[in-house]
Design a binder for this molecule. Structure first.
Ligand SMILES: Nc1ncnc2c1ncn2[C@@H]1O[C@H](COP(=O)(O)OP(=O)(O)OP(=O)(O)O)[C@@H](O)[C@H]1O
Ligand SMILES: [Mg+2]
Length: 275
């Protein structure tokens, strides 16, 4: 269970707050001429949990990589906290990325894996150790700190990966299908812990998923994408209270939201077919 201790980050979901990220007519054409994304406009507000969903190849990972500044737009303008990425964004400072594969160092124990971003940032060893211990506590893995990754289950390894992202105390968490390879039970549990942790800490999250259920459970807003060309097709708000739990997942309201999302996704798939 993730620790959901509330931390005042100054985050707020009011529309007057400064957007975390803004994309203005941003598009991406790759070096080989493939258009990854047609012009996209998107503003992400502090504290939002946004899921990106859409058919394979519609540009979800491309959009996430643009937000992470891992790739540059071909055209358009991007801002992070109303400024340039170099000044305000930099990874390990305000932003962290979690990939589908936990990519842990197999030869290093769990606590050392979590320390890595702090070591790279030059944080003194004792401070890094203390912060790694706190991050592991937050994801419920204190007891596994001295184990090697191979001694953990898939779900535990993913928790380590999340602890490694949280240890830098980011404001923005970017996750590309992080739980796609896990069984449904573990995935549901991690979803529940993640959304409530993000809410308690005022963390902003952009999360890529193929699962309608996961998107509805986690999100405050779902961005539905279509392909040919990759673009934003529609947006879908999930105005349900936090924290979210099994009661929400079993509710009629949840079923109705999933049905509406399913219909929207079918429309997006139809719109993705090359004419
Ligand atoms: N480095 C690259 N060079 C050329 N084309 C690329 C590159 N990365 C992605 N693309 C293309 O851009 C389009 C969008 O890819 P992207 O990976 O963003 O899709 P996606 O929505 O994440 O798909 P999936 O659901 O399968 O992960 C695809 O046509 C893909 O082939
Ligand atoms: Mg992808």
């Amino acid at each position: 269970m993730f620790d959901q201790t509330s931390v005042d980050t100054g985050a707020s979901t009011t529309s007057a707050a400064m957007p975390v990220v803004e994309l203005l007519s941003v598009d991406k054409v790759f070096a080989n001429g493939t258009r990854g994304l047609a012009p996209v406009d998107l503003a992400i507000q502090p504290g939002e949990f946004i899921s990106l969903i859409g058919p394979s190849g519609c540009g979800k990972s491309t959009l996430l990589k643009l937000i992470a500044n891992l790739i540059e737009p071909t055209d358009g303008k991007m801002q992070w906290w109303r400024g340039d990425f170099e000044k305000v964004g930099s990874p390990g400072k305000r932003l962290a990325f979690v990939f589908q594969d936990p990519t842990l160092m197999p030869w290093a124990k769990v606590d050392r894996n979590v320390c890595l971003p702090l070591e790279l940032a030059g944080v003194p060893k004792e401070e890094a150790k203390a912060r790694a211990a706190t991050a592991l506590e937050h994801v419920g893995l204190s007891a596994a700190a001295r184990r090697y990754p191979r001694q953990l289950s898939g779900g535990m390894r993913m928790r380590v990966s999340i602890a490694r992202a949280l240890v830098t105390e980011p404001d923005l968490l970017l996750m590309d299908e992080p739980f796609g390879a896990l069984d449904e039970f573990t995935r549901n549990k991690l979803d529940e812990d993640l959304v409530n942790l993000c809410h308690a800490r005022g963390l902003t999250n952009v999360f890529v998923t193929h699962s309608i259920y996961e998107a509805v459970f986690l999100s405050t807003r779902i961005v539905v994408m279509a392909s040919n060309p990759g673009r934003i097709f529609a947006e879908f708000r999930v105005d349900e209270p936090m924290p979210r739990d099994e009661n929400f997942r079993r509710s009629d309201r949840f079923a109705a939201l999933c049905r509406d999302m399913s219909a929207l996704l079918s429309d997006a798939s139809l719109a993705s077919v090359i004419a």
